[in-house]
Design a protein around this ligand. Structure first.
Ligand code: UD1
Ligand code: CA
Length: 430
């Protein structure tokens, strides 16, 4: 891999109106910056992230997920602006791709088109009916002549509809000679990275415009932009999975995390939410169920089931209003209204309506183990830690706080009694 990548992420992101740094806002389960890093990782082994605002927090978050990423602290007080961000950045390869940390929708295709050819600079250009807000790109005879920032535009330049999308592929030697020579002689008193274009043109070096899609290069600056980007990414994720054989009923009502994966023939009904790095194999997830970081194989869930992290369901039926957390269920039926947490349930067992594992005593969590062919009657409370061996029947309404051995019936109920004629005594005779 002979290209370096620099990701600019030092900006403040004021318009996000958030205490969370802009680039750490998530889209489909992954921060914007991680979308950019993942794209960069596919093409480069030399990735530098430029930071300034909330640098420590962003660096920490990156280091918790990735290794081998380089960091560069911008001196944003002395050298503000996108050009200032590049001051002192060292790249190892002969070319560098410069990306923005707030562009989560850029595809590999687009990045590859920017890396092609032998121009000294390839720059991304979008054609827009309404170019306002962007730097205008002056193109003549297929080559870039100049970029004029909106705030520096003469009235006739404001009409230019080719704009700078902000991603560049630049030869290292140009960066090394031009970046130190940038000035801040402009309306914003910032060091503009875009000025390297003019420097290259002045020296007769070719600057090639690469026309790219607005949708992919749109920067996310506000929570409204964030929501729009999410919609676009969701559409892409679902399109890919449907092409791979996942059936979706009313796909526009379904949410799928960018880390989720499917195998075999899966069916997702309307309103389903698949979160985290869930892995779903040949299963049917019914209306309005929520799956969080779970493994589900040959099973069906819902409608309105909730499968929480670290759960493994194999050959299992989960019905409505059943919540499962950190449990492994193999060949189990839990049809209605149950909570199964910190448990293992084996082949052939049935969990009745209203069954609850009491896994938490207010201080610690405890384990419930249920063997094979166990019939857990409705409204049973399993007070953990507790083990139910194979071939056991638990009578409905029991509170189970001792282990039950193989083949036994367990029943714990206050004896029922009836009092003749009590109704009439209480409410009076008719
Ligand atoms: C920049 C371009 C403009 C282009 C637009 C596309 C310049 C001078 N202008 O404008 O031509 O149309 O992008 O979106 O480059 N950043 C830093 N340090 C800074 C300032 C910014 O790292 O001091 C980072 C930001 O975090 C962001 C990226 O650079 O990821 C772009 O910054 P932004 O302020 O959005 O650039 P624009 O002024 O919009
Ligand atoms: Ca700016």
């Amino acid at each position: 891999m002979s290209i370096s990548v620099v990701i600019l992420a030092a900006g403040q992101g004021t318009r996000m109106k958030s205490t969370t740094p802009k680039v750490l806002h998530e889209i489909s389960g992954k921060s914007m910056l991680f979308h950019a890093i993942d794209a960069a990782k596919k093409i480069s082994d030399d990735i530098t992230v430029v930071l300034y605002h909330q640098a420590a927090r962003i660096q920490e978050s990156i280091e918790a997920h990735y290794s081998g990423i380089h960091f560069h602290m911008q001196d944003a007080v002395q050298f503000p602006g996108t050009g200032g961000a590049m001051k002192g950045v060292h790249v190892t390869h002969s070319k560098a791709l410069i990306l923005n940390g707030d562009m989560p929708l850029v595809t590999m295709n687009a990045l590859e088109s920017l890396m092609q050819g032998d121009a000294d600079i390839n720059m991304s250009v979008i054609k827009l009916d309404n170019p306002s807000g962007y730097g205008r790109v002056v193109i003549s005879e297929g080559s870039v002549v100049e970029i004029v920032e909106e705030k520096d535009c003469k009235p006739e330049q404001k009409e230019i509809q080719t704009v700078n999308a902000g991603v560049y592929c630049v030869k290292k030697e140009l960066l090394e000679s031009y970046i130190p020579a940038l000035s801040n002689d402009n309306a914003q008193k910032e060091y503009y990275l875009t000025d390297i274009i003019k420097m290259a043109v002045d020296e007769g070096k070719p600057v090639h415009p690469v026309i790219v899609e607005e949708e992919e290069f749109k920067g996310v600056n506000s929570k409204l932009d964030l929501a729009h980007a999410e919609e676009i990414l969701q559409r892409r994720i679902k399109t890919e999975w449907m092409k791979a054989g996942v059936s979706m009923r009313l796909p526009e009502t379904i949410y799928i995390d960018s880390r989720a994966t499917f195998e075999g023939e899966c069916m997702l009904e309307n309103g389903v939410s698949i979160q985290g790095a869930s892995h779903i194999i040949a299963s049917h997830i019914k209306t309005h169920s929520v799956i969080e970081d779970a493994y589900i194989q040959n099973s069906d869930v819902g409608p309105m089931g909730r499968i929480r992290p670290n759960t493994k369901l194999i050959n299992t039926h989960i019905g409505n209003f059943v919540e499962v957390k950190k449990s492994t269920l193999t060949g189990v039926k839990a049809g209605h209204l149950a909570y199964i947490g910190d448990a293992t349930v084996e082949e052939g067992s049935n969990i009745g309506a209203g069954v609850i594992t009491c896994n938490y005593d207010g201080k610690n969590k405890y384990q419930t183990n249920i063997g094979k062919n166990v019939f857990v009657g409705s409204d049973t409370q399993l007070v953990a830690p507790v083990t139910i061996e194979d071939d056991v029947i638990i009578a409905a309404g029991s509170t189970i706080n001792k282990n039950v051995a193989q083949g036994e019936l367990a029943i714990s109920r206050a004896p029922m009694k009836t009092i003749k004629g009590f109704f009439y005594k209480f409410f009076g005779e008719k």
